[in-house]
Design a protein around this ligand. Structure first.
Ligand SMILES: [Zn+2]
Ligand SMILES: [Zn+2]
Length: 101
């Protein structure tokens, strides 16, 4: 939670900035109601308050968002190649006596 006045980083639970004492509020993006930084939902309209900047801790980016499109298509089209396939093979080991010495 950044202080709107001095940009100092404060804990979410703080109501006032530790650096300049400015009141830290979380304005609802929906109705503009001034909520506390730690509030998760707006006290006026019930809108979910998401932190400005940075994704929510539980929201991980989807693989599609950081995988280049050409790479994603390549992976999807060559899936069998990546997963591999099972084959029956016959392996014969042979050794000549004394060849490993
Ligand atoms: Zn401040
Ligand atoms: Zn609101």
């Amino acid at each position: 939670m950044k202080c709107p006045k001095c940009q100092a980083e404060n804990f979410e639970t703080r109501k006032f900035c530790k650096e300049c004492g400015a009141k830290i509020i979380m304005a609802c993006p929906h109705c503009g109601f001034e909520n506390l930084p730690a509030d998760k939902f707006c006290g006026e309209c019930g809108n979910k308050l998401t932190k400005p900047g940075g994704p929510a801790p539980t929201a991980y980016p989807k693989p599609e968002s950081y995988t280049p499109k050409y790479l994603a298509e390549k992976i999807l089209t060559s899936r069998s190649a990546l997963e591999g396939e099972r084959k029956q093979v016959t392996v014969m080991f042979a050794d000549l006596k004394g060849s490993m010495s």
